[in-house]
Design a binder for this molecule. Structure first.
Ligand code: ITT
Length: 224
C-alpha cells in the first residue's frame, strides 16, 4: 500500500486508474505540507521526506507544472499560483501579446499566410501555425517517493504539446483545456481520464516510479 499525499482530487483520480492496472493499492491523504521554493525535484523530495517521517509509512507526493517555451518556461514552478490568479485566459493573453510582438514588422507576410490557408478548416489552421515551436509547451511531473529511514527518490515524467489558441473541452482540470496535443488533434481538456492516462506527464512519472517500486519490492521479497 502506498499513500499519495496531495490536496488535488484530479491527480488522485488519474493516479488511482494507473495504480489499479498494476494491482497496487493506493490510499489518498491531504497532509497540507509546506512546499519550499525551488525546482519540482526539490519540492517533491522535501515533501516526500516530510510526509514519510510524519506518517511513518511509505508515501508519494507529486509536484507538477506547465512549462511554456515562449514565456521562458513560465509558469513552471509557479503553475499553481498562476492557475489561481490569471488562469487559462491570462496565459492565452500572454501568448497573444507574444504573437502580436512577433508579427509587428511582418504585416506583408500575413497576406501570404491568409492565401495559403484559404481552403483549410478551422481545426487544421491550428495545426498550420507559422511556427508551432513558438507555442511549444510541456507538462512536467515529478513523483517523490520516501519511506521511513530511507532517502527520497524522484521520478520525472514529461509530455510535449502546444498552447492552444482558445480553451477547448471541459474534462480534466486547470491548464488541460489550453494544452493542445497535435498527435491527437485535441486538448487535454477534450480527453477522458483514461485517454489522458495513456501518455500524460503523470502517467510517465508514475510508470517510472511503479516499475522501480515493483522491482525493488521483489528484490526485498527475494532477500527475505
Ligand atoms: P498538490 O497538493 O499535489 O501539491 P497542486 O494542485 O498544488 O496539488 P502541483 O503543485 O503539483 O499541484 O501543480 C501545480 C499546478 O499545475 C496545479 O495546481 C495545476 O494548476 C497545474 N497542473 C498540474 N498538473 C496538471 C495537469 O495534469 N493538468 C492541468 N494542470 C495541471
Amino acid at each position: 500500500m502506498i499513500t499519495f499525499i496531495t490536496g488535488n482530487k484530479h491527480k488522485v483520480k488519474e493516479a488511482e486508474e494507473i495504480f489499479q492496472k498494476f494491482n497496487i493499492e493506493l490510499e489518498h491523504m491531504d497532509l497540507g505540507y509546506i512546499e519550499p521554493q525551488g525546482t519540482l525535484e526539490d519540492v517533491a523530495k522535501a515533501g516526500a521526506k516530510y510526509a514519510a517521517e510524519k506518517l511513518n509509512k511509505p508515501v508519494i507526493v507529486e509536484d507538477a507544472g506547465l512549462f511554456i517555451k515562449a514565456l521562458n518556461w513560465f509558469p513552471g514552478t509557479y503553475s499553481s499560483f498562476v492557475q489561481d490568479t490569471i488562469g487559462n485566459k491570462g496565459i492565452l493573453n500572454l501568448m497573444n501579446d507574444i504573437d502580436d510582438a512577433s508579427n509587428c514588422d511582418t504585416s506583408n507576410n500575413s497576406i501570404d499566410i491568409d492565401n495559403s490557408t484559404d481552403n483549410l478548416t478551422d481545426d487544421s489552421i491550428d495545426d498550420s501555425i507559422d511556427n508551432p515551436k513558438d507555442r511549444y509547451a510541456e507538462f512536467r511531473s515529478v513523483i517523490g517517493y520516501c519511506a521511513p529511514n530511507i532517502e527520497p527518490k524522484i521520478f520525472l515524467g514529461k509530455v510535449q504539446g502546444q498552447i492552444a489558441f482558445e480553451e477547448k473541452g471541459n474534462k480534466g482540470f486547470a491548464f488541460d483545456p489550453i494544452f493542445y496535443v497535435p498527435e491527437k488533434n485535441k486538448t487535454f481538456g477534450e480527453l477522458s481520464t483514461s485517454e489522458k492516462n495513456q501518455f500524460s506527464h503523470r502517467k510517465n512519472s508514475l510508470d517510472l516510479f511503479i516499475n522501480w517500486y515493483i522491482s525493488n519490492n521483489n528484490e526485498n521479497n527475494n532477500e527475505s
